[in-house]
Design a protein. Structure first.
Length: 192
């Protein structure tokens, strides 16, 4: 990358950690079918229905976070970011509680954390822009690494450079500026 990267924004699931979040099962439990996206459908609920949905979702998220596995290469990458004084952030559609579980479990400093309670969820650009602001950086100084189309869309809309961590479910994205095959490949983009 031919520009100075001062901040790296990460998606959580599939990028920092591997988590077994069974979205189809969550939707079955909440809505009785497996259509669409959970958060967008929950937006249309209110009162006790909404509370019930949030409880179910948080239960799944807690269990997944407790059993999460750290992705290979994350700790060395974070050490490298610290060494070159590059800021970092996490933008996730998950709850702040589940991020806290992951942080504690692996002793990770994730930097700025933007969860679904802080801004409208991806693919809105807002959580990405909020992460840039909280890091004190402009969008031109940041890259966003994700493993899913909603990440690439959010990043593209926000105007940051997008990096797709390629995987079987998302081998390609028109909204990705760069693609990598493992988190360690990011080191190639970051000058010493
Ligand atoms: Mg993800």
């Amino acid at each position: 990358m031919d520009f100075p990267i001062k901040g790296v924004i990460f998606d959580l699931d599939g990028v920092i950690v591997k988590q077994k979040l069974d979205f189809a099962a969550i939707k079955q439990d909440i809505f009785g079918d497996s259509e669409g996206f959970i958060l967008e459908r929950m937006e249309r609920l209110s009162g006790p229905e909404r509370e019930r949905a949030e409880e179910i979702l948080e239960g799944y998220e807690r269990a997944a976070a407790e059993e999460a596995e750290l992705n290979d290469g994350v700790k060395p990458l974070f050490a490298h970011l610290d060494k070159r004084k590059t800021r970092r952030a996490v933008v996730t559609r998950n709850s702040r509680k589940s991020v806290a579980i992951v942080q504690e479990k692996f002793g990770l400093d994730l930097g700025v954390v933007i969860s679904r309670g802080d801004a409208p969820p991806k693919p809105s650009p807002e959580p990405i822009l909020l992460a840039c602001r909280r890091m004190g950086l402009s969008k031109e100084e940041c890259i966003f690494v994700g493993d899913f189309e909603l990440d690439m869309l959010a990043g593209r809309r926000a105007g940051v450079r997008t990096v797709l961590l390629r995987n079987p479910a998302q081998p390609f994205s028109e909204n990705a500026d760069f693609t990598i095959d493992s988190i360690s490949n990011l080191l190639d983009f970051l000058s010493p």
